[in-house]
Design a protein around this ligand. Structure first.
Ligand code: ATP
Ligand code: MG
Length: 386
């Protein structure tokens, strides 16, 4: 948080405790008494000196001669008045200085006790005092420091938690196919098959599960790679329309099997665009395979791209069963799948959209989903590039 923001918070003045007030009073009284004693002592010494030292008297009369002033015999009493006035002013200054010094010490004590309070784990607490001068600036800096430290700790905790979750999910997703592989290979090892057909069935299932593991490991690798904001993109200029047509052709067979048509429309055509083609193809592959896999009852898939200002708005949509509104926000979370059907029938890892989101973010854009009775759409906003 910035210093300016802290200033807006409820700040209070330091209120002294009754003990501190009495301490301050005692300090004042002791100082006054001591000063009075010192003043009286000095006056008495001066008086004695003037009365008993002839040489000093002579000196004073000499000065009188030099100044040619009209000093009468009461010269000492008027000097005394001046001296007393001088002492009063000096005493007041000393008194003020001592009291202010003590008051600042008390303020410092309050600040230190607030610091101890924060250090004892009350990280949401801030030093609330409004002070001017150096101490005020120190308080502001401490508050800013505490704020940024707390933010850093929270960030660290979040990362730690998300890493733990990642490890839990990955170990779960690896363990499931691995258990099957070991199970089927165990059957073969123990010769628990009765025909070659059965033997082949076991090896085939183990092979499929091993491939599933490979996909997960590869996705995970890709995910961790694109999550790093420092990942370099291989930007090239290409025709988006051509890329989309190619993707539609790649999925044509699968779409035909499911009685779904894939259409492409870009404005303008050709649509020249700068991006990392390999990564962008990965995004589209996932969006298209999702539309085919999860868009239950869909008959049409549309891939559209439009140039709006300095952005390309790309939509991949299907007219299948809508995604529940509550799930829309979570689609892009890693390992999230709408029906908790992980490692079941449709067999995805739930990393596809998380990877897509990171790839789009690396390009400086964003992606979101919307779904209604008619269309389930995934919309990408990407800057056109230089
Ligand atoms: P992966 O892509 O890693 O193989 P996945 O496809 O399950 O696995 P995502 O691509 O991240 O993972 O998709 C997350 C979830 O979002 C899917 O499991 C599915 O439930 C839902 N989903 C995604 N696209 C659609 C869609 N077009 N229609 C309906 N649901 C969808
Ligand atoms: Mg997917």
């Amino acid at each position: 948080m910035k210093r300016a923001e802290l200033k807006g918070e409820n700040k209070t003045r330091i209120t002294l405790t009754s003990k501190e007030v009495s301490e301050l009073l005692a300090e004042g009284i002791v100082t006054v008494v001591l000063l009075l004693l010192i003043n009286v002592a000095i006056l008495m010494i001066l008086d004695q000196l003037v009365q008993h030292s002839q040489s000093l008297t002579d000196t004073i009369f000499n000065i009188k001669g030099i100044l040619n002033a009209q000093l009468d015999s009461n010269v000492f009493s008027s000097s005394k008045k001046f001296l007393i006035l001088f002492f009063v002013v000096l005493d007041l200054a000393v008194l003020y200085w001592r009291l202010i010094r003590r008051y600042h010490q008390m303020q410092m004590r309050h600040v230190i006790s607030e610091l101890h309070y924060i250090a004892n784990g009350h990280y949401d607490h801030r030093i609330p005092f409004e002070l001017s001068g150096d101490l005020g600036r120190v308080i502001d800096s401490i508050n800013v420091l505490v704020e940024s430290t707390v933010t850093a700790i929270e960030e660290e905790r979040k990362i730690e938690k998300s890493k733990d979750e990642l490890i839990t999910n990955v170990s779960h997703d690896l363990r499931t196919p691995l258990t099957s592989i070991i199970g089927y290979l165990g059957l073969i090892e123990d010769r628990q098959y009765h025909s070659e057909e059965e033997f082949l069935h076991y090896t085939h299932t183990a092979y499929l599960k091993a491939k599933q593991m490979k996909v997960l490991v590869e996705d995970l690798f890709e995910y961790t790679k694109v999550r790093q904001p420092t990942t370099k993109l291989k930007l090239v200029r290409f025709d988006l329309n051509q890329m989309m047509e190619q993707l539609a052709a790649d999925f044509a067979l699968e779409a035909e099997r499911k009685h779904v048509t894939i259409a492409v429309k870009t404005t303008p055509t050709p649509f020249y665009f700068e991006a990392d083609t390999e990564k962008l193809v990965r995004v589209f592959n996932n969006l298209l395979s999702n539309a085919l896999k999860y868009g239950k009852g869909a008959q049409h898939i549309l891939m559209e791209a439009q140039q709006v200002g300095t952005e390309a708005i790309i939509t991949v949509k299907n007219d299948g069963q809508p995604i529940p509104q509550a799930a829309l926000q979570q689609l892009f979370d890693r390992f999230y799948r709408v029906e908790e059907s992980r490692s079941q029938e449709t067999g995805g890892t739930g990393l596809g959209l998380a990877i897509a989101q990171s790839i789009v973010a690396l390009h400086g854009g964003y992606i979101y989903a919307k779904s209604d009775a008619q269309w389930t759409s995934f919309i990408l906003h990407l800057p056109l590039g230089k």
